[in-house]
Each structure stands twice: as structure tokens, then as C-alpha cells.
Design a protein around this ligand. Sequence first.
Ligand code: SER
Length: 592
Amino acid sequence: MLTSNELRRSFLDFFAARGHAVIPSAPLVPEHDPTVLFTTAGMHPLVPYLLGEPHPKGRRLTDVQLCLRTDDIDEVGDATHNTLFEMLGFWSLGDYGKQDSLRWTLAWFTDVLGLAQDRMAVTVFAGDADASPDDEAVRTWRDLGMPDARIHRLPKADNWWGPAGQTGPCGPDSEIFYDTLRQPCGPACRPGCGCGKWVEIGNNVFMEYHKTADGAFKQLAQRNIDVGLGLERLLMVLNDASDVYHTDLFTPIVACINVVATGSEGSDVNDQRLRRILADHVRAAVFVIADGVQPGNTEQGYICRRLIRRAVRSGHALGITGTMLRVVGQVVITTYREVYPQLGAHEDTILATLAREEDRFRQTLVRGLREFDRQVGELVDRGETVLPGTLIFRLFDTYGFPPSLTAELARERGLGADMAAYAARFAQHQAQSRQANAAKFAGGLADHSAATTRLHTATHLLHQALRDVLGDHVHQMGSNITPERLRFDFAHPSQPTPAEIAQVEAIVNQQIGRDLPVTMTLLPLNDALAQGALAFFGERYPDTVKVYRIGDYSLEVCGGPHVRATHELGGFQIIKVATIGQGVQRIRAVLA
Ligand code: SER
């Protein structure tokens, strides 16, 4: 059995021996980038150096970086997806090229770790209008003994990485997959397929481009290499484990959960999923709290609260009746404290925070679930299949159930959830409380009704979706919002086709469905623009501007106000499209 400590050490030693300076893991909450909630990749803290600023440790770097991604939170519970993970990374800042990076990655895998090359397959960038096919990567893989049948050329959607935000360094990549030897899911099964046969064990990114605010890909003067390997998955593959939870990173945590739950490992698939969610989320929450985050309703605090409440609910569904997060959290700290001393340093705070948030939610969880079950019983008796918005709202307002949790509970019972009606009810509630508090909102907020606020956030999603579908030349020419509808004018040569409009609508609804947090930061105007924030150039901006970020999807200079998370929006529908002048199109849209 290879341990996680041995694996981290082996990696750092191998790349240190090849001239890489070992640098420490940056904090999980980025220090110098207020526009992102968490560090999502090893390259994230290195962006300035990838863009050309000299790094004090030189041109070859390596580290093990803690990362947190919530995009795939619904996948957690399968064999390989985690919210928090450790990324083994190494970089060439304009030093060596892709031949060395691929050769060294493969040499570490095969010569040092003993992975079988004949169980590997790789993908490379097929080329498009922005960049040519990556023939050099293909040649290099051939030279390294990879047969053509296991070199897959794929488009940008598969083989282009970055930028991490809207703009920044990015480039074609080459991913390495390992065959678990499971049966393929069908004839189309190939590396990148999510069925579980192929596990991604490494990604070599050839960061030679800079995506600019206008959507162009400019070649960087400095040609970089950015390689990231997921520690959890690699450990799983190396130990022939069925999933990441059967590696030493998780076994003590899962063992603790098994004791607290029933005294033995669960066999039922759903039961196993709940145990994994509990393990994953408590582990992530421990690290997030260690970085100074407290559960709350905005930004990092909202993610922290969501992780904890989902963990509590999973434990409850497993039949755990007593409090549990403190004891599971304690095992997480013990498992990781040697490698991550911040856990030991903040042990008391971490455990007290977990216990407090669990207590708070538990007080209402049981009553809320009872209410949920009663209502679902009546609903099913009436032959209905969709949870009404009023119930979703009541569970949120009275029992603190995040709406995404209620939707999940409904799904488990084979029911839908009327999120649009929930959003409408929520907006009505907001309007009422705003009215009641009108005096307090001297800053003008009371002038903005909940309905216009929701439409305002929808406008930002629409703006980005139009750029995604029609191109980055799309920019705002005007906007007018009433409580009933939004109206958005933008530059585009011809009237969008019905298919394009359907696509834009689908994208906006998809982003709403992801329940993205909406956050605001104050930034110097130039910094905001440099980060790729969209701006309406018909307007004169002060030196310092408010920048609104909607998850990882939209970034825009704007005065606000906006909703707190996109679940408040409900269903988005475009009701009219018209050409109102040469090269100027107008869209009217509503929220259901
Ligand atoms: N940035 C790339 C990734 O996150 C490789 O490090 O996969």
C-alpha cells in the first residue's frame, strides 16, 4: 500500500531533482484575488508569473496545492469526485517545453510509481480557428511509445484548459487516463467518458495563450507548462482501490462514519453515496474553516454552510441520531494535521464551528423533514409529481433548508421541484421585507423592487450567454428593466436565429440551475477591466467600481443591486427579439 505521504514526497523529490523549486501550498481562500471564492487549481496562485512576472524561486516550480471546486458537487458520492482535493503540480515559466513535461510525467508514472503504460491513453488538442492542432504533443507521445490507437485528438471542449476566470493564461492540453479495466459503457466509450472506466490521472497544459477581455486568444511571449495531477485519484489507481474513499486520505474518516452510523460499512448504493458525501463535505468544511471562513449567507461562508448542512442531512439520512460533525471533523484533523499544520493550529475553532452549525441546523432539520414527508404524502395521494414553490420556500424560511437540498430530497423520491415558483415566492417575500424595511434602505435600495433585482441579475447572465453563443463582439448598447421584464440592446450584425435564441435561453437557465453565488467586490476600474469584467462603455465610471461576479460564469462592472444566488431567479424566457437599428439587436425577456 502506497501512502499519501509517500506519494507527495515521491512527486516533489522527482521534480526537485529536475531543477524545480518546491513552493508551499497557497491558502484555499486566495490572498490577492478577491474575485474568486477559492483556489481551484495549482496554477491559480501563479497567474502573475505565468503572464511573465519573474518568480523569486526561478522558472521551474513544484508544489502540492489544496483546491476546492463546487461545480461538480452533485457528482460527489461517486468513485472519484471530491469538492476539496490536493493537486500535485509542476511548472515551467517559459523554461522547458512540452517534450520534457510529457516525458517527465510519464517517467514518474511508470519508472517511479510502476503504473503500466499499456493501461494509459492520452488526449491531445485537435486544433480549431484559435490554435493549430497539437502535432508536437502527438509526435512526443509517439516517441514515448504511445500507440496511435491510444492518442485521441479532441476539440477545445475536451482539450483546452483555462483561463481560470474570464481572462488569463490558458492553452491546449494533453490529458492522461488510466484504464480501470472495467467494461466500457458502450462503443463510444473513450478517455474522458464519465462512466468510470477511464480515470484522469494527469493534465499537461501548454499555457501559451492569453484569453483577453474581448475573447481573443493572443499568444503569450512566455511559453509555459502547467501540469496538475490529482492526488486522490492517483492514490486510488496506484493502490488498485475501487474509489478514492479506500485510500489512506479517507479510510480513517470513513471508518469513523461507519462506527457512528451503524457499526459497519454500508452495502446499499444510496447508503454508500451518503457516507461519501458526509466524508467529503466534512473534510472540505474543516479545511475551509481552517482558512478563516465561517458559515454564512454570502461568498465563502455560503459554500461553507452548504457543505455543512448537506453533510448533516446525509448523516441524518443514514440514521445517525446524535451529533456527529465534531467527531468526524476531529478525525479529519488527525488524518491531515501533520501535512497541514493549520488544522492543528485552529482545531478548537474548527470543531466549535462544526458543532455550532450542526446544532443550529439539527434543531430544525427533523421538523422540516417531517413537514416535507407530510406534504409529499399528500401530494402523492393527489397524484401530483412536482413539489410546489411555496413548500420549498417554507422549508427554506422556517427550517433553513437550502432550496438545492429540498430539490435533492424531492429527486430522491422521484419528484420534481418547481424552482421557478419558489423563486417567485422568494422574490415576493423579499419585496415585502424590503417594503417593511424601507426606512433602513436610505441608500436607494428600496427603489429597486425584488422583481427588478432578479431581472437585473438575469441581464448579466443573458449578456454572457449572448457572447458565448454569438461571439465576444457582443456588447451592451442599452438596458431597461421594469418589474415585469428586462430589455437588453446589444451590438450584433444580424438578428439572432430562433436556434441561437433557444441556445441562449438554455444557457441562462442552466446557469440559474447551478445556483451560482452572486458576489460584489470594489476594484480600481483598470483592474476590473484587466480581469475581463464586462463594462458598458456608454457609461462614465468612477476610479473605483463595483464588480459583480456570478459564480464562475459572469463578471461585470455594475452598480447593482443583485440577488444573492441564482436560484432566486427561477425560469428565464426570451419573449421577443427585434432589430432596432443597424447592427443593434433588442431582446425582451421575463422570469417565470
Ligand atoms: N491547470 C490544470 C488543471 O487544473 C493543470 O494543472 O487541470
